[in-house]
Design a protein around this ligand. Structure first.
Ligand code: ZN
Length: 310
């Protein structure tokens, strides 16, 4: 046995965001029972983290108006952390009435994007999170914080690194255990990711760092690899590559979970995900898409993984 075989296997954690980030802005309604089935299939694939839904007002995000039913309907696999996104205190209170394990907060690193997204300044968003954080921690649930447009904004352009850093510190001060840095509009490139994530990893001790890449310009996987090299071990991705963002011009498709799992596993990095079972979740999306093909933006027309592509 050589040294490589004796070495402990490298590991990475996938945070599956498809049921929330993937479906939130789709014009078609993904039926509640199919959402539940999708999440159950993802749980069965060995995925340890799943962002299930969002408690944004149903008028704003009608696609996720069934948040409570979905959280109450899924089979919670022991050891899997089920998360929900909340925009405000009211959403948080509704979420805490369900068996959700983790609450995800979000704020944009761009003032202009934050205004468009939630109609307030970054400072007001962060101030509003403090009461939410207290409530969540008192209820024995955990907290995740998103810094979106962390790598560039279509309205503001480059985002100062110091701003991103101070926002992550503000999250940490509230008791947020993990911060996910989002390239919401796919403006990052591998060199930028390597520099920024390297600096963040150095400065933010005691906070788990996650990376959330969109594939708008085809750089999602390259950016994920750069983030891995910079020390990031937690990656958000979306089954089937579903997703986008209507308040950010050019935001398309999250990195597809199948692509990310395949890349990491082929590189010898253990994700704990059973690829064949993951494809069963993808197959369910395809099944639903087949019934309303024009309603969903899945993988931007690229071929979908199938058994023959393994
Ligand atoms: Zn996303």
């Amino acid at each position: 046995m050589n040294q490589t075989e004796n070495a402990p296997k490298e590991k990475a954690v996938i945070v599956e965001v498809g049921p929330r980030d993937g479906l939130q802005y789709e014009s078609g309604f993904f039926p509640t029972e199919r959402k539940i089935e999708l999440i159950d299939r993802l749980s069965a694939s060995g995925m340890k983290r799943i962002e299930v839904t969002s408690f944004v007002h149903p008028k704003v995000i009608p696609a996720l108006r069934d948040a409570v039913e979905v959280l109450n309907g899924i089979h919670k696999e022991p050891g899997v952390v089920y998360s929900a996104l909340v925009p405000n205190l009211k959403g948080c209170q509704r979420a805490l009435e369900t068996p959700v394990d983790d609450i995800a907060l979000f704020v944009s690193a761009s003032e202009a994007h934050n205004q468009k997204n939630v109609g307030m300044s970054i400072a007001d968003s962060l101030a509003g999170f403090e009461e939410i954080a207290r409530l969540v921690l008192a209820a024995g649930r955990s907290l995740r914080g998103y810094v979106v447009t962390a790598f560039g904004c279509p309205y503001e352009g480059a985002i100062p690194e110091e701003r991103v850093l101070s926002m992550a510190r503000a999250y940490a001060d509230m008791g947020v255990a993990e911060v996910s840095f989002g390239d919401t509009t796919g403006m990052a490139n591998p060199r930028m990711v390597s520099e920024k994530m390297g600096r963040l990893a150095q400065e933010l001790k005691g906070v788990r760092l996650a990376a959330h890449f969109h594939n708008s310009r085809g750089l999602g996987l390259a950016n994920a690899y750069a983030a891995y090299q910079a020390g990031v071990r937690i990656f958000d991705s979306s089954v089937g590559g579903l997703g986008g963002c209507p308040t950010a011009v050019g935001a398309m498709g999250n990195v597809a979970t199948e692509d990310l799992v395949n890349m990491l596993e082929e590189m010898g990095i253990d994700t704990g995900v059973d690829f064949a079972k993951l494809l069963e979740a993808t197959a369910l999306i395809e099944e639903v898409l087949a019934t309303q093909p024009a309603s969903f933006t899945c993988r931007q027309g690229r071929p979908v993984w199938g058994p023959s592509t393994i």
